[in-house]
Design a protein around this ligand. Structure first.
Ligand code: AHG
Ligand code: MN
Ligand code: MN
Length: 365
């Protein structure tokens, strides 16, 4: 027998006993209970576009598969010394790579390559993009990925994540994929999402028609739709920033953080400061509870720390699709024209009213 707990569309929890074979074989029973798996959801959405080649669906399925493999390794990281700790190498950005960074990178690249559905992939962990066109001559999509975000937290058992986004290639199908296929503004994203390997593992994604979240049941290896049509609350009471950087942050950021800390009963201040140091986890919490995340330019990171292509654009797309805002302090994140693969930008994202309030303090860059 199998014990199932799911957060359903009406946000009630149901707790029922089902025979595991019923769940796997009897799709009708799942439908009756209003339960949708990620696989079914992807296919249902594909059916909304008659004539679709199904390539995007296959990309999402490849991400789902790699996420399950990475999730399994992360869960046992504390037990297996060979998967914890530094790999002894640095990525292009001079950051120490963890063994799991390298493992996750390989899994996502392999999954994309094996499914034959993308013509190239660019990863935060690699100097240059990887081209697959000889294997996938008809593929029309490229993928950007931060395979393991927040990886410096793995050794202390804190949630980490994967961030991805998908673009249509610019260069002609069947030709060698080019740098310009990857250097597209975020407004061109076809899909974006993240996996948070947390107390539950969740996959959250958008294809530009709202945001949906799926919770993983490790017992049967299936993601279930648990958070349909996610919306970031317009207001929040949580701010997330590495306040160790406050003295070297722009004036507007200093003023806004002071504002968050002031006492004012009418606006329920002071707000709570919450900073995990794992962007996926900080973003996910703010998505659900409302909040603002700020990684500004600092004296040691004059363009901020976060990467436009692998981190900021996918989160900006998700945030906007959920009713939130994402800016570099001056410009909408998704309208920035990238000039290099590993470009960094200041990043402010979250609840609409909070981000707008922060912008009212002037210079945030
Ligand atoms: P990554 O592990 O992919 O390199 O990303 C780390 C990022 C992000 O997850 C987090 O919010 C931020 O770096 C933390 O940086 P600080 O330690 O400078 O606050
Ligand atoms: Mn990251
Ligand atoms: Mn990373």
């Amino acid at each position: 027998m199998f014990f199932l707990t799911l957060d359903l569309k009406n946000h009630d929890y149901i707790q029922e006993n089902y025979d595991i074979y019923d769940l796997i074989i009897n799709r009708k029973a799942l439908k009756k209970m209003n339960i949708t798996t990620l696989g079914e959801f992807i296919l249902e959405k594909q059916a909304d576009f008659p004539g679709s080649s199904g390539e995007l669906s296959r990309i999402l399925s490849a991400i789902r598969l790699a996420a399950k493999i990475v999730n399994q390794q992360i869960n046992k990281a504390g037990l297996a010394k060979h998967i914890l700790g530094a790999a002894g190498s640095e990525n292009i950005q001079g950051e120490q790579q963890q063994k799991l960074d390298v493992f996750a990178d390989e899994q996502f690249i392999k999954a994309m390559e094996a499914r034959g559905v993308v013509c190239g992939i660019a990863s935060e962990e690699n100097d240059d993009f990887v081209a697959f066109e000889s294997k996938n001559p008809l593929a029309k999509y490229v993928v950007m990925i931060d395979p393991l975000d927040g990886s410096s937290n793995i050794d202390v058992n804190v949630s980490v994540g994967t961030i991805f986004s998908v673009y249509r290639r610019k260069s002609p199908i069947g030709t060698e994929v080019e740098l310009e296929d990857f250097l597209q503004p975020g407004t061109e994203q076809v899909a974006a999402g993240y996996v948070v390997y947390g107390s539950s593992t969740m996959l959250v994604y958008t294809t530009g028609n709202g945001v949906n979240g799926f919770t993983y049941d490790p017992g049967i290896g299936v993601f279930f739709l648990s958070h349909p049509n996610m919306q970031i609350p317009k207001d929040g009471r949580i701010y997330s920033m590495n306040e160790g950087n406050i003295h070297s942050s722009p004036e507007g950021v200093k003023k806004y953080i002071s504002y968050c800390q002031e006492n004012d009963a009418a606006t329920q201040r002071p707000y709570s400061g919450r900073y995990i140091g794992s962007l996926v986890s900080d973003f996910h919490r703010n998505m659900i509870k409302g909040g603002i995340y700020i990684y500004p330019a600092t004296s040691s990171a004059p363009n901020g720390k976060l990467r436009l292509l692998y981190e900021c654009n996918p989160f900006a797309f998700l945030a906007e699709q959920a009713g939130g805002v994402a800016t570099d302090g001056n410009k909408r994140i998704m309208e920035i024209q990238p000039t290099e693969l590993h470009q960094r930008v200041p990043f402010i994202v979250g609840s609409k009213n909070m981000v707008e309030k922060a912008l009212s303090f002037g210079n945030l860059r």
